[in-house]
Design a protein around this ligand. Structure first.
Ligand SMILES: C[S@@+](CC[C@H](N)C(=O)[O-])C[C@H]1O[C@@H](n2cnc3c(N)ncnc32)[C@H](O)[C@@H]1O
Length: 476
């Protein structure tokens, strides 16, 4: 057992042994009562049918199958396209998710997360998820020599459940509780901020932790001092960031945009509708598509016909995380990025709908279905995120969620919760929720965990930073 692992085990043992607080938490597994919902929350994938060339641009993808009137946002998008021409997939995603009044995450009428929401995320399934993430951060902080000041940062905190579970687990260690000075939530949605505020601030009050809400990671950098150790988590955040869709031809990289087309070849397919949001291929490479296509060396070796989604926003945020954790002024830090995705780029035509997943009411629907009323996500290219971080921090993995949680001792923690459960039903529920998190045919395999560590002092002393072998459970 190496140092990092023994460190982790010590923290885990202390924490598992301690916690009547954890057991009686208002956020207990039982109170989340989500097992029925889980049965319905199966991410299945649709397909698109390529359509032949049509006029100025090639029209691609299937027509939207719906008899409903267009949403307000769809009307806005159509008008925008009619006025200024096709929009990028990145703009479409941005509008669908973050339009100030009609965006999916901005509209308080949308029941987004949890048992009555459109989908359910790992922290909403079981408290164990957030607790184990908290324990990982704790072990990194201990390995860094327990820096005296900590700031905790979460990107896209949703209902605040993950942060609540992490904080509760970390606060079992008194030295850590005292070192935590502030909690920073990067969240654009006012509706989500309200959820987070009401869940998190009551517990933090007695501990005098300060809570801050920001629109961007840049705001956190601008408004915090460097002399702190940073713990950062981003769960199901990067997959909501806009991507551009590109296709390679002999001429170079062309952007696939979204048009509102009434081209003849499409009309026949759309009876009785006359127009519809569709993917169209730009006839020539643009300066933007050329720059994005050249933004990773990996893309150069892809064959003609390859499609890729490239997220410059993800790249920018990964750079900001690097500055936040790895700045020479800071005391270093640790980060966990967890998302659907892989260590490679996504995007060929066969996988189009696997990549873009519009979730409504626990079903995958067409990406043009009810814009603003559906979640729209793209699988994360973890290799791209790592490239953005390469010069300032050390990255670890990504590894599967099941490997991470099992390495962090999910079995030990779940057994402890089950021992303390009052009824058989509760025990069954705890076990079922944990199984769901590590299920090798579902969340356990599809979600990946990327670890990030930064130790600026080591770098300045000329010593090597953390290597992957030292960081449990990334090196097993
Ligand atoms: C899928 S939810 C994930 C919530 C939570 N992390 C969880 O796992 O339950 C995405 C969250 O990110 C927020 N979000 C989406 N895009 C964002 C952006 N560009 N900046 C900040 N927050 C964003 C949403 O409002 C929402 O809170």
């Amino acid at each position: 057992m190496n140092f990092a692992r023994s460190n982790q085990c010590t923290a885990l043992a202390r924490w598992c042994g301690s916690s009547s607080k954890l057991r009686t938490s208002a956020l207990s597994v039982a109170s989340r009562s989500r097992s029925n919902c889980l049965k319905n929350c199966r991410r299945t994938y649709g397909t698109t049918r390529p359509v032949s060339s049509a006029g100025r641009a090639d029209a691609l993808g299937a027509p939207r199958e719906t008899s409903e009137l267009p949403t307000k946002l769809e009307q806005i998008i159509r008008e925008s396209i009619m006025t200024t021409g096709p929009i990028s997939m990145a703009t479409y995603m941005q509008m669908c998710l973050s339009h100030p009044t009609h965006g999916y995450y901005m509209n308080p009428d949308n029941a987004i997360l949890g048992t009555r929401g459109d989908f359910i995320t790992s922290p909403e399934i079981s408290q164990v998820f957030g607790e184990l993430l908290g324990i990982w951060h704790l072990t990194r902080w201990e390995a860094a020599g327990r820096p005296p000041r900590i700031k905790i940062v979460e990107l896209g905190p949703g209902r605040g459940t993950l942060m609540a579970d992490m904080l509760r687990a970390m606060s079992q260690i008194r030295a850590c509780t005292g070192a935590i000075k502030s909690v920073h939530l990067v969240e654009t949605s006012a509706a989500m901020r309200e959820h987070q505020r009401s869940l998190l601030t009551p517990a933090g009050k007695s501990l005098s932790w300060k809570y801050f809400w920001w629109d961007t990671v840049e705001d956190v950098i601008d408004h915090t001092k460097g002399d702190e150790y940073t713990m950062l988590v981003a769960h199901e955040f990067f997959d909501a960031l806009p991507v551009h869709l590109l296709e390679k031809t002999a001429q170079g990289w062309h952007e696939l945009r979204i048009g509102c087309t009434t081209e003849p070849t499409l009309k026949g397919m759309l009876e009785p509708k006359t127009d519809c949001l569709r993917l169209v291929r730009e006839p020539h490479p643009s300066s933007q598509s050329t720059v994005l296509g050249a933004s990773s060396r990996r893309f150069a070796s892809l064959p003609i016909g390859a499609r890729i989604e490239v997220s410059p926003t993800s790249y920018k945020i990964a750079r900001q995380i690097t500055r936040l954790l790895g700045s020479s002024r800071s005391l270093g830090g640790s980060g966990l990025i967890i998302d659907y995705g892989n260590d490679h780029v996504h995007g060929n035509s066969l996988r189009l709908m696997i990549i873009f997943q519009a979730f409504r009411e626990h079903k995958i629907v067409d990406i043009f279905s009810r814009p603003g009323q559906s979640d729209l996500t793209a699988n994360v290219d973890f290799a791209y995120v790592k490239e953005a971080m390469a010069d300032g921090v050390t990255t670890h993995g990504p590894i599967s969620q099941s490997a991470f949680l099992e390495g962090m001792g999910i079995t030990v923690r779940v057994n402890s919760l089950m021992r303390n459960a009052k009824t058989e039903d509760r025990r069954t529920e705890i076990a079922r929720a944990a199984r769901r998190l590590v299920d090798s045919s579902g969340m356990g395999r599809e979600y990946k965990v990327l670890g990030v560590t930064a130790d600026p002092l080591q770098k300045h002393n000329g010593k090597a930073g953390d290597s992957a072998e030292q960081i449990w459970p990334f090196a097993q």
